[in-house]
Ligand binder design. Structure first.
Ligand code: ZN
Length: 61
């Protein structure tokens, strides 16, 4: 079984937020929501999107 995890600090934020899911696609809306609520980021531009995608790690159990 595999799962995907994103940690906010992996994109250079001083933040303890992390989220995991079985599907990478499911992480994106969670991350967008978190960025808006906790970091005041209204628009995720392509640069940030790439950073986020690069920070999502796949784990196999
Ligand atoms: Zn954060």
């Amino acid at each position: 079984m595999a799962s995907y995890r994103f940690r906010c600090r992996d994109i250079g934020m001083d933040c303890q937020y992390e989220v995991s899911s079985k599907k990478a696609e499911d992480l994106i809306p969670e991350i967008v929501d978190h960025a808006k609520k906790d970091h005041g980021i209204e628009n995720i531009d392509d640069d940030l999107k790439q950073k986020i995608n690069g920070a999502i790690k796949r784990r196999i159990f």
